[in-house]
Design a protein around this ligand. Structure first.
Ligand code: ATP
Length: 736
């Protein structure tokens, strides 16, 4: 909001250098009268230098004036949003700026024309209008602490306090006071501030021109703390709006509308390579026209590798109630990726619908236990339209690869929005993508929808989940030669396979693209030596130009590189037995030993998207979560009966299957011994009966002892015999 506005000295003298701190959203409804002045003159007067107006700008104003909701010839809020860098002189405050007379315009125009311009505005379709910064000088978002006065605090969040402040802009010619929102971050060490500022500068320039994300004004240090200034949105946040409503929940129509706005904002931020990691109703701000915009430009993402004095990890990774499982430990359970924001978005929508915060009333430790360890999901209310329910279920998939992309979410929300009647009830079922895809689960498998095949792509049959080998594939390799539009049962493609005359018609979702020999989900090894992260990971994307992204244990985000840096690696799947390599004295993670000091063997129970193995040890009796161990795939080797070279090792591997195997074998051994003793005793008795008085009869005790020791050493396999004797059998050789 423009608090005060004073024009000193007239427009003709107003040619001050502009800094990023000066950038403000132009006031709404600045009148433009196409009869009294050309749009170009208007721009020269009202747009502050250094700005270059390309000739076509005038047609832009006129054209956008013809858009619905805009008065002809008036660059109203929508139009002005497209030019967030423009600063407009005004004399009487927001939305009440008198348009200067034609005379005035002509008087001023010549002096403005000679200014050295540093911005270029490109004209075109208003939706695609771009502002290009041509001078590096303007990239600095620093604000001097002297010109920003904190007035009062309005919020205390996970990452710092939110203040209302007055930003004083002045030159020799004018003074302006703008009300801004300032996020004062928690204290950071001096060296970390420099790192953060560099990251902020990059994010700041990336955020320019985004319409769905809050407008950043600059950064400064005040009272020793980093402060980020952004536009103050008088509408507050969706969280504030919900707090004012009875029951705290939004009507479905508003939820869908805000949801669509929010998705668009998040997609914009993602398109610049930034993640939000803090999507929640309090971070969804409302513009004057009740449009929702993303209030957080990805602060947790910028703080990701910054070490804060506080050891509280949660503080830099997000707000616990909205955090995805991988967000708690990105280097172990990660990587964090675009789909991490999908979880937060799902939480946000649930809260809007139900009025209750996910995991309400739980401590961060409890939420960690529920979300990360027990792998629970927030409750999804019943009776939602199928498309919405489907997409929300997808948002809470533990493995981020199975969550929907924001494009799919947008599609689902738009299909639901179209089916809301005036009274807010549902009309029709909505498009449920699950109906289109044949999958084993009741909801759509979003991982099947992440790649879009094209004619010419090399494809192969999609590997069923949790199968390591590529045996018996229907299509081991083929080339897409045609695409069929999706019918009732999903889209099909025509694939030419070597040795088969006619192309095969195959359901789209059964195929995966292979580029440069790699497909998504492949296990890969990085060719060069790496220290911080594991060299073995899982491929998340392989593009047609060879660029790849891979999840590695030890990396918080996806590794970006080229497929020439990678080679195929041995893959693992759930159910396989592994142990740490014998030559390792210590692994990346803790790993249990056997009694003889060698590494114990465990069974893979889960694989994270970065190839980190979750291993349980059924051969060792443990209770609760204590039985879960983690492993770097580069540090383990597979154990199977075929890799065990002796009968002893094979038996030992049998013991890895369940801790009960060992006592069972012991019990069976004892039982066999007793049985044998009884049998031998019977024979002895019958002999004695046959040879009365021969002097060959033995006492029962002697007989039992002999038969036991004989049977132990003769009939039982060596390990079992060893066990029996080690367990303290009185009849074994050890006790004698
Ligand atoms: N730019 C803004 N304009 C207007 N109001 C804002 C702005 N930013 C935040 N607010 C309001 O201030 C409240 C508190 O914001 P703050 O960022 O401190 O909380 P938070 O989002 O919970 O914290 P964090 O982002 O650190 O997790 C929000 O609920 C919102 O109503």
């Amino acid at each position: 909001m423009l608090v005060a506005n004073r024009l000193v000295g007239g427009l003709q003298q107003a040619t001050p250098p502009i800094g990023w701190g000066d950038v403000t959203t132009p006031p709404l409804g600045v009148p433009f009268d196409s009869d009294s002045c050309s749009a170009r003159d208007y721009a020269r007067i009202f747009l502050r230098p250094p700005i270059c107006i390309v000739p076509a700008l005038s047609s832009f104003f006129l054209r956008s004036g013809a858009e619905p909701g805009l008065e002809r010839g008036c660059p109203s809020s929508r139009c002005m949003q497209l030019c967030p860098f423009l600063h407009i002189y005004s004399t009487q405050g927001v939305g009440a700026i008198p348009f200067p007379s034609r005379t005035m315009a002509h008087k001023i125009a010549p002096s403005q024309q000679t200014e050295p311009f540093e911005y270029v505005l490109y004209e075109g379709d208003p939706d695609h209008l771009k502002t290009v910064v041509s001078s590096p000088i303007q990239k600095c978002p620093r604000i001097s602490p002297d010109v920003l006065k904190l007035t009062h605090r309005i919020g205390r969040g996970v990452f710092g306090d939110l203040w209302i402040a007055t930003h004083h802009l002045f030159t020799e010619d004018y003074d302006e006071y703008h009300e801004v929102a300032v996020k004062m971050l928690h204290p950071m060490k001096e060296d970390q501030i420099a790192v953060f500022l560099a990251k902020f500068d990059e994010a700041f320039s990336k955020c320019q021109g985004l319409r769905g994300v809050c407008l950043l004004q600059g950064i400064l240090k005040k009272m020793g703390n980093v402060c980020i200034a952004m536009k103050f949105y008088e509408g507050g946040s969706v969280g504030d709006k919900m707090a004012r409503l009875k029951g705290g929940r939004l009507p479905m129509s508003d939820t869908l509308r805000y949801g669509i706005d929010l998705v668009q904002g998040i997609m914009e931020l993602h398109s610049r390579g930034l993640l939000v990691l803090n999507v929640k109703p309090c971070n969804v701000l409302l513009e004057e026209n009740d449009r929702a915009i993303l209030g957080d430009f990805g602060l947790p993402y910028l703080l990701l590798e910054i070490s804060l004095p506080s050891s509280d990890l949660v503080q830099r990774l997000g707000t616990p109630n909205y955090m995805a499982p991988e967000q708690w430990q990105p280097d172990i359970r990660g990587p964090i990726s675009y789909e991490t924001d999908t979880w937060g978005f799902g939480c946000c929508i649930l809260e809007m619908l139900s009025g209750t915060q996910p995991w309400c009333g739980r401590s961060p430790e409890e939420i960690y236990h529920l979300v990360v360890t027990k792998q629970e999901k927030p409750n999804i209310p019943r009776g939602l339209p199928p498309a919405l329910e489907d997409v929300l279920h997808g948002c809470f998939e533990y493995d981020l690869r199975n969550r929907p992309l924001f494009g799919d979410i947008l599609h689902a929300f738009e299909s639901c929005k179209d089916r809301i009647s005036d009274d807010g009830s549902w009309v029709g079922p909505g498009t449920n993508l699950a109906a289109k895809l044949t999958t084993q689960c009741s909801f759509t498998d979003w991982s099947l929808m992440k790649d879009h095949l094209q004619v010419g792509d090399i494809v192969r049959s999609r590997k069923p989940k949790n199968i390591c080998r590529l045996e018996n594939m229907e299509i081991p390799e083929g080339t897409v030669v045609g695409m069929e539009s999706s019918g009732e049962r999903g889209a099909h493609v025509l694939v030419r396979v070597h040795g088969i005359h006619d192309p095969l018609r195959v359901p789209l979702y059964t195929l995966e693209r292979v580029s440069f020999g790699f497909a998504c989900g492949d296990w890969v090894r990085i060719k060069r030596e790496v220290k911080k992260h594991s060299p073995v990971g899982i491929l998340h994307s392989v593009n047609r130009d060879g660029s790849v992204s891979v999840g590695f244990v030890g990396m918080e985000t996806l590794w970006q590189g080229n497929c020439t840096d990678l080679q195929m690696a041995e893959s693992y799947c759930v159910g396989q037995f592994v142990r740490l390599k014998a030559n390792l004295s210590k692994g990346r993670f803790e790993w249990p030993h056997k009694k003889d000091g060698t590494w114990a063997t465990g069974r893979i129970s889960q694989i994270f998207p970065n190839a980190c193995l979750v291993v349980r040890f059924p051969g060792i009796l443990r209770f609760g979560d204590a039985g879960n161990f983690l492993a770097d795939p580069a540090e383990v080797e597979m154990v199977s009966f075929s890799t065990c070279d002796s009968i002893v090792k094979k038996y030992q591997h049998l013991e890895d299957f369940h801790w009960v195997v060992r006592p069972l074998v012991i019990a069976m051994g004892l039982f066999t011994v007793l049985k044998l003793g009884f049998f031998v005793g019977k024979i002895g008795k019958s002999r004695r009966k046959k040879l009365p008085g021969s002097g060959l009869a033995m006492t029962d005790r002697q007989q039992a002892q002999d038969s036991q020791s004989a049977s132990s050493s003769t009939w039982l396999p060596p390990p079992v015999a060893n066990i029996l004797f080690r367990e303290g059998s009185t009849s074994g050789p050890a006790s004698r």
